[in-house]
Design a protein around this ligand. Sequence first.
Ligand code: NAD
Length: 496
Amino acid sequence: MKKIENYIDGKITAGNSSEYLNVEDPSTGETTSQVLLSDKTDFESVVNNSAKAYHEWSQVTPLKRSRIISKYKDLIEKNIDHLAKIISSEHGKTLEDAKGSVIRGLEVVEFACGIPHLLKGEFSQNVGTEIDSWSTRQPLGITAGITPFNFPAMVPMWMYPISIACGNSFILKPSEKDPSCSIKLAELFSEAGLPNGVFNILNGNKNAVDLLLDDPRIQSVSFVGSTPVAKYIYERSAQKGKRVQALGGAKNHLIVMPDANLDQAVDGIMGAAYGSAGERCMAVSVAVAVGEIADKLVENISNKAESLVVAPWTDQTSQMGPVISKEHKEKINNYITTGVDEGANLILDGRNIKIQGYENGYFVGPTLFDNVSKEMKIYKEEIFGPVLSVVRVKNYDEALKLVNEHAFGNGTSIYTSDGEVSRHFTTNCNIGMVGVNVPIPVPMAFHSFGGWKQSLFGDHAMHGVEGVRFYTKLKTVTSRWPKSIQKGPEFKMPTN
Ligand code: NAD
């Protein structure tokens, strides 16, 4: 059986721990490899190596760092098909979707190439008589990231390219459900010329996470995952005096106004609700139908969802793959049963889907509920599967109230042809990422990604300028030089 070990000092390194966890192909339910569950000795090897690497990497000029990152970008582009295959085989999403997720991660790598510009501080001449003042941003030291199963390339890439560009070393603790992709990403970075130890991978579960949270040598923790764990990570890291950004779960609402372009709204909802089997933190899980558009909306979604192709990633026609695990499939099926018990109208039931030749795979078919109300559990909680709830409301004010009163605040969207309504919505909704006639408003790498309320604990969103701020400390210098120093003439072009 193939073993997935740690990546330390520029190479795959066998663990001290003898504990491993099975990694499965969700399309077949078969175990394809086993991932190391690191122990304290493995953790020490990683941290000691990261500390050593930080010392030298932080002295490398931002321009030289940027050139290595630029080579890394080229290597990811060359290996994109290979990376997508690794993702699909352990996560189950379609190949095209996996490829798209690598590209979204790659955009952060691209952004990080601009680090010399991004690290420029501010300068004020003569803040006092012959006194100047400037600010600069310096790296933190060893930084850590803990990531979820649903984007094994993209979410880690929200973090480490920026941290490393800023001069930090980075330890990634990937999801134990699909850990292979991060090893390949680390190998490519080494191939691009990144000094050994700047990017290390520590595989494991809660035990490895707790070691990261508690160790005083780790300066910051970036987390993406479910809300209860995000809250735990935030509290425990903060208690240890660390800088922390912890992104949690979601329940994203898409409002369809009576004046919306219905076809556009339905297409948007289809991809956002059922793409990646609903296992996206920006998936739309609630469609809010305003006024008389509701009947047509439900009918059109139902017609399209019925003909959606559910199949393993190896089938080129697949539009939706399996969910991640047997336990998760059971959890989603239980939510569907709960929805029926709560009195919601089950229009499409994905519980009993069978894919020929893949009977042991973790498939759930597209599921659609109508007449869901805000008291129901299926409305309040994150299901993280291909289950869409339609809530009917009378007017825009009711729709906005729903969005604002929900505990999660990751993403939301409105479909309308009324500019005034859309402006009111973008100004007054209580949500971090907002779309207008766009179903999944994921910000580009040069903006920043982050929700509000129970969807983010901490001050900083990820990537973009927020990422640079998170991974650096601000220093402001005030300096008086009444006499200039005579250095003599210099005749060569200054270089970095
Ligand atoms: P998860 O919270 O179970 O796991 C995330 C990471 O935390 C993994 O690396 C895991 O090993 C670790 N972990 C799990 N339980 C832990 C514990 N008790 N103590 C310490 N560490 C623990 O999440 P998941 O199931 O891998 O991913 C799905 C969740 O992630 C969904 O809730 C989804 O909404 C969320 N998510 C959010 C965003 C966002 O940007 N807000 C993006 C992607 C996914």
